[in-house]
Design a protein around this ligand. Structure first.
Ligand SMILES: [Mg+2]
Length: 293
């Protein structure tokens, strides 16, 4: 039996019965049970789910601006959370913010966008952007920290999963100490990122220690966790928006694109397009009453 859970999440509160009937009629689902997760989130258990219906679900729920997730009924054993930082847990692209503060006329927005869409090599663009910082004072980082905007639901996501015993990881192609600041504010247990080099006058040297700065770095980190802790990829939940998240999302048990670039929308089934980061919890079938802020 290929039974699945379908989670549905909207921004506005909805009438659950109407949505359940709508699903029955629109997709001819055989519904075995339903569970209210909050006044704007619902979980439906479907008998023998036909995966060819995913395209229809996409089309119809896009129109309704409802986010959805299909997951296996029989697998509940998620243990690890992996989150991208820039444009996922926070609204900023922090390296670009740093470059902009220097007043450089380098077109960071365009470069960063092309890199996150997978159209140019991430390693080269990181190198080019970090080189611009050469000779600038480390204190520029404080300016960037002041401008950081946390995306809604992030703190609740991390606190709730920590409380449920998850190993939470912030894994970013961004840089310490920005990643440390963000990771600690949100309560991540582990923070994995690149590191800037500074000279004796506390100025950027223009180079860095690459830890996560390549296309497949995040996937490699999954392999490390898997080997060190004997945890399978299936037990991992990941969230990200850009091309450097693609392999991580593809290989995780639950890989979720968050307001993502096209390359992620095209290659990953699970997406959060309309709602906030708390939807990851709803996608796992967690009720709002269990959330921790
Ligand atoms: Mg990102």
């Amino acid at each position: 039996m290929n039974n699945k859970f379908l989670s549905l999440v909207a921004n506005e509160k909805f009438v659950a019965d109407e949505l359940i009937n709508f699903c029955k009629e629109s997709f001819s689902f055989k519904i075995l049970s339903t569970r209210i997760l909050s006044n704007h989130a619902l979980e439906i258990e479907i008998e023998n789910f036909d995966k060819n219906k995913i395209q229809d679900l996409n089309k119809i729920f896009n129109q309704k601006q409802i986010d959805f997730c299909i997951r296996d009924k029989n697998f509940k054993d998620f243990k690890v959370l992996l989150c991208d930082m820039d444009a996922t847990m926070i609204a900023n692209e922090t390296l670009d913010d740093l470059v902009k503060i220097t007043g450089s006329d380098f077109n960071v927005d365009e470069t960063s966008k092309l890199a996150m869409e997978g159209k140019i090599d991430l390693r080269t663009t990181l190198k080019n952007r970090v080189e611009i910082l050469k000779g600038q004072p480390k204190s520029l980082i404080d300016e960037v920290l002041k401008g950081i905007k946390f995306n809604p639901g992030g703190k609740t996501l991390v606190s709730t999963l920590n409380n449920l015993g998850f190993e939470s990881n912030l894994i970013t192609g961004g840089f310490k100490p920005i990643s440390t600041y963000v990771g600690e504010k949100l309560g991540f247990k582990n923070i994995v990122s690149n590191e800037f080099n500074f000279d004796e006058k506390d100025c950027f040297t223009g180079d860095y220690i690459p830890i996560t700065g390549e296309k497949n770095s995040k996937y490699k980190y999954m392999e490390t966790i898997s080997l060190d802790k004997n945890i399978s990829f299936k037990e991992m939940v990941s969230v990200g928006d850009g091309s450097n998240d693609l392999q991580m999302l593809k290989h995780s048990g639950l890989g979720i694109g968050y307001h993502a670039h096209q390359i992620i929308k095209d290659n990953i089934n699970l997406q959060i397009k309309f709602t906030d980061l708390k939807s990851v919890l709803f996608y796992l079938g967690i009720q709002e009453s269990q959330f921790i802020d």
